[in-house]
Design a protein around this ligand. Structure first.
Ligand SMILES: CC(C)(COP(=O)(O)OP(=O)(O)OC[C@H]1O[C@@H](n2cnc3c(N)ncnc32)[C@H](O)[C@@H]1OP(=O)(O)O)[C@@H](O)C(=O)NCCC(=O)NCCSC(=O)C[C@](C)(O)C(=O)O
Ligand SMILES: [Mg+2]
Length: 349
């Protein structure tokens, strides 16, 4: 770890100064596309206008023989597209792969001025972030960039989970973390073959009511990812960076996707990945606060005046702490309303 006084110094001569705060922009969905797939790539300008973040994926899900085409495809798309307020991210190949050095070198040199965040997969500890941090500083200096590119890490190995706090605080570039449930399940030897979501075998059962152990006992499916998401959220909140749920692979099951996204939203995540256009509106719905919650939050904040003391609203006690909860809701609603006129109207902001 760098000592506090040097933490915010650029890591290369001529590199832009690190940011002191991670900008909090609408980030309800990170929409993945394959830049080597011409059909998908052709849809990028339209999709970019609908999403908060669009991400050109270079890692898993891109065939080995298409790795270079995907990298070049992303360069071409970024150069010719005006993304407006939508953030442009990429997921580069893993740090132990033969492609990542060219991914970083090419992307920062060619389109560094357009890239907001680089997602790094399979991060195992602070050392991985330190490697990317220094390399990005060198490349930014060479490209003459005037703002640093931020870094987002995917938690998808048991080691990454064990080191999640040090990863979150490894560099002022750290923008956030996402859960990678498929690689993480494999790394942990979990016995699920699904990409995120629940499993019917992971359940609790009520006690027996008779000697017949099968009689009258109900079960409830539990959330396989609760511990992991909660731990990731704490690491992010402690370091003032942003947590995201990752992918939900059962594209057809839009109902369970919404449930998984909502669990993550309630636990503190700011967004999730959309792998298919059908998941964009699910994320938009789930990660935009309910207008009724926003109206309640407004009432509490108004009733609390300077935010101290206690008041009764609809039979419930509200105090300094619940006022802070309401401010979290209201700050998010305001940020989204600035971007989305429909939400501004729904929230009356
Ligand atoms: C699932 C797939 C194969 C189904 O693709 P499909 O073509 O079979 O689906 P479709 O329903 O037939 O598609 C309808 C239309 O939508 C288009 N389309 C479809 N998807 C997209 C998209 N994302 N963006 C833009 N357009 C899209 C598609 O091209 C088609 O266009 P058309 O009507 O003109 O024919 C396809 O959606 C896809 O490849 N999605 C992205 C997959 C991906 O990025 N996976 C990696 C992230 S998850 C991961 O890595 C795990 C993790 C974190 O690492 C870990 O847990 O460890
Ligand atoms: Mg993965």
């Amino acid at each position: 770890m760098r000592p506090p006084r040097t933490f915010l110094r650029p890591l290369a001569v001529g590199a832009p100064a690190p940011v002191t705060e991670i900008p909090v922009k609408p980030s309800r969905m990170i929409h993945f596309f394959d830049p080597s797939n011409e059909k998908m790539a052709a849809k990028v300008p339209d999709i970019a206008a609908k999403v908060d973040i669009i991400l050109g994926n270079l890692e898993d899900a891109i065939k080995t023989e298409m790795k270079e085409a995907a990298r070049q495809g992303l360069v071409d798309i970024a150069k010719k597209t005006d993304f407006g307020e939508t953030q442009l991210w990429t997921r580069v190949n893993s740090l132990d792969s033969p492609w990542v050095l060219d991914d970083l070198t090419t992307l920062v040199t060619e389109i560094g001025d357009k890239l907001d965040v680089i997602m790094v997969p399979k991060v195992e500890g602070a050392q991985d972030i330190h490697y990317v941090d220094r390399l990005l500083a060198q490349l930014e200096a060479r490209a003459g960039l005037d703002r640093p590119i931020l870094v987002h890490a995917i938690l998808e190995t048991a080691q990454g989970m064990v080191n999640v706090e040090e990863i979150a605080g490894a560099s002022p570039r750290m923008q956030g973390l996402s859960l990678g449930p498929a690689d993480l399940a494999a790394s942990r030897r979990m016995k699920t073959t699904r990409v995120g979501g629940g499993h019917p075998g992971y359940l609790v059962r009520t006690d027996p009511v008779s000697d017949d152990l099968t009689e009258g006992r109900t079960t409830a499916q539990q959330d396989l990812w609760h511990y992991t998401i909660a731990r990731m959220v704490d690491a992010c909140a402690a370091h003032d960076i942003l947590p995201f749920y990752g992918p939900f692979g059962d594209i057809k099951d839009v109902v369970a996707c919404e449930d998984q996204f909502r669990n993550a939203y309630l636990l503190g995540c700011v967004g999730a990945w959309s792998l298919h256009p059908v998941q964009i509106d699910i994320a938009k719905k789930v990660f935009s606060p309910d207008p009724a919650d926003v109206a309640h939050a407004k009432r509490v904040v108004e009733a609390m005046g300077d935010g101290s003391g206690a008041v009764m609203i609809d039979g419930k006690m509200e105090d300094d702490a619940s006022c802070k909860q309401c401010l979290v809701m209201l700050d998010l609603a305001k940020a989204l309303a600035e971007r989305d006129p429909e939400l501004a109207e729904a929230y009356d902001l």
